[in-house]
Design a protein. Structure first.
Ligand code: NAD
Length: 483
């Protein structure tokens, strides 16, 4: 979608779209090239300069974003179906993604006319107005795990701020983003303001990150790619926002409500097949409750219905690709070699719906030590590691003992423990007696190697606006050189 039109890629090439649950190729998407990225950036620049969106009344932008949200709600069932076929996630979870996308747009529709500047008196009998301006042409590169929802974390605040966008979705899951771009156009987003270019990381992602005329680049994906993007942006000396991976700790203290904590632990890791940047993938469990807690967790993991994702009863679907399945299974093998104990899960039996597509069962690895790779590295699948601790200090130290800092959870009935965790966990997000919700009203993002900048909340607008200071003399200009 370039300049308000669905266009063919310059090379004419396409990429196959696979249903992860069956392995069936059911669609083709355009394979965008550096030339297509350039066309889209030029269209975005032209629309930004023309001012059809960048200088429109903020209230008008809000109304259009609201209409866009309405269109997403009207098409919710079709979009959820498309998301499930494209990503392999259960239909119930795809529906939650689509409703969440509408909520993100509604929030930024409301915020559009609330992006205020500042005014202040300054010394020298001057007066300052500090204006917020849209940052310009924004490049956005998004992952495959929450294709439309995490994409909306990027495009909604950018559009709210008055920017023109070129978005490159993951080549594994581009369908709902293409559909959304058409809905945006029909809702009144002017041509050239919201461009979507499909393609691989090498052929479309890298040219977008390297492009000379992209004012801000916002990226969500893995740390390895994030580093490449940041190198490219360093050469251009332009701002970049990075939302990267995680290895989030979920701490269960001995005074926690074990029923709720085990439910939260299971939901924290197994939602979206564990393909979740903030997955609670490292459980830290206090010694006094360890055996009871782990037994309950295993019961819960084994009860999850791993079914074809379009089946209404499905609670876990298929992993995104054969390569990703190999990676996840490989990590479990490494964990066992390193000394972890496999309590449940692993590959499913080769029968029924498991004979096609990319399946892995909810997996619990116990006796995991901080030096194990499965404790340190992001697996991005339905695999949770369990590590025992005794003292509270030890829990905090273990929680902070990886390079990541995206999210964390703590389960306790003690206000003191909860408060201590909220203060001492090195993380952009902390859930207390809770796990996974990411309401759009509050910022989401990481510290350490999990990235910088924030999606969601009013903070996301910071990425997509710049400050301009205007200093007004309140008295006649004093000649510095006067004789
Ligand atoms: P990825 O890094 O492989 O790909 C992300 C995007 O970058 C894709 O669109 C891809 O095509 C593109 N890309 C690949 N190479 C590129 C290059 N050289 N230059 C520019 N773009 C390039 O990540 P993924 O496998 O799609 O997603 C999984 C990762 O995303 C995980 O690490 C997960 O934790 C992370 N994630 C983070 C958040 C967050 O908000 N922090 C949310 C979702 C996913």
């Amino acid at each position: 979608m370039i300049d308000g039109r669905v266009v063919s890629p310059s090379t004419g090439a396409t990429l196959p779209v696979e249903d992860p649950a069956t392995g069936e190729i059911f669609a083709q998407i355009p394979a965008g090239s550096p030339e297509d990225i350039d066309r889209a950036v030029r269209a975005a620049r032209a629309s930004f300069t023309a001012g059809t969106w960048s200088r429109a009344d903020p209230a008008h932008r809000g109304r259009v974003l609201w209409a866009f949200a309405r269109a997403i709600r009207d098409e919710a069932e079709a979009l959820a179906w498309l998301e499930t076929r494209d990503s392999g996630k259960p239909i119930a979870e795809a529906r939650a993604d689509i409703v969440g996308t509408a909520e993100i747009l509604e929030y930024y529709a409301g915020l559009a006319s609330q992006v205020f500047g500042q005014t202040t008196r300054v010394p020298g009998n001057s007066f300052a107005t500090v204006i917020r301006e849209p940052a310009g042409v924004v490049g956005q590169i998004t992952p495959w795990n929450f294709p439309l929802y995490v994409g909306a974390w990027k495009f909604a605040p950018a559009l709210c701020s008055g920017c023109s966008v070129v978005l490159k979705p993951s080549e594994l899951t581009s369908l709902t983003m293409l559909a959304a771009a058409e809905l945006a156009l029909a809702a009144g987003v002017p041509p050239g303001v919201f461009n979507v270019v499909c393609g691989t990381g090498a052929e479309a992602g890298a040219p977008l990150a390297e492009h000379r005329d992209v004012d801000v680049l916002a990226f969500t994906g893995g740390a390895v790619t994030g580093r490449k993007v940041l190198h490219a942006r360093a050469d251009r000396l332009r701002p970049t926002q990075l939302e990267l991976g995680g290895k989030s700790p979920n701490i269960v203290f001995d005074d926690a409500d074990l029923e709720r904590a085990s439910a939260g632990a299971a939901f924290g890791i197994f939602y979206n097949q564990g393909e979740n940047c903030n997955a609670g993938s490292r459980l830290l469990v206090q010694a006094g409750i360890y055996e009871r807690f782990v037994a309950r967790l295993v019961e819960r993991a084994q009860a999850i219905r791993v079914l074809p994702p379009l089946d209404e009863r499905s609670q876990m679907g298929a992993l995104i690709s054969a390569a990703h399945l190999r990676k996840v299974a490989g990590y479990v093998d490494v964990g066992i070699l390193e000394g972890a104990t496999l309590l449940c899960g692993g590959p499913p039996p080769a029968e029924g719906h498991f004979t096609r597509g990319h399946w892995y069962l909810p997996t619990v690895l116990a006796d995991v030590k901080p030096e194990h790779r499965v404790f340190q590295e992001e697996i991005f699948g339905p695999v949770v590691t369990v590590t025992k601790f005794t003292e509270d200090d030890e829990a905090i130290a273990l929680a902070n003992a990886t390079e990541f800092g995206l999210a964390a959870g703590a389960w306790t009935s003690s206000v003191q423990r909860a408060l201590r965790c909220s203060q001492e966990l090195q993380s952009g997000y902390v859930w207390i007696n809770n796990y996974n919700p990411t309401p759009v009203e509050v910022p989401f993002g990481g510290v350490k190697s999990s990235g910088f900048g924030r999606d969601c909340g009013p903070q996301a607008v910071d990425t997509y606006t710049t400050w301009k200071t205007v200093l007004w003399a309140l008295s006649p200009f004093d000649d510095w050189y006067k004789q």
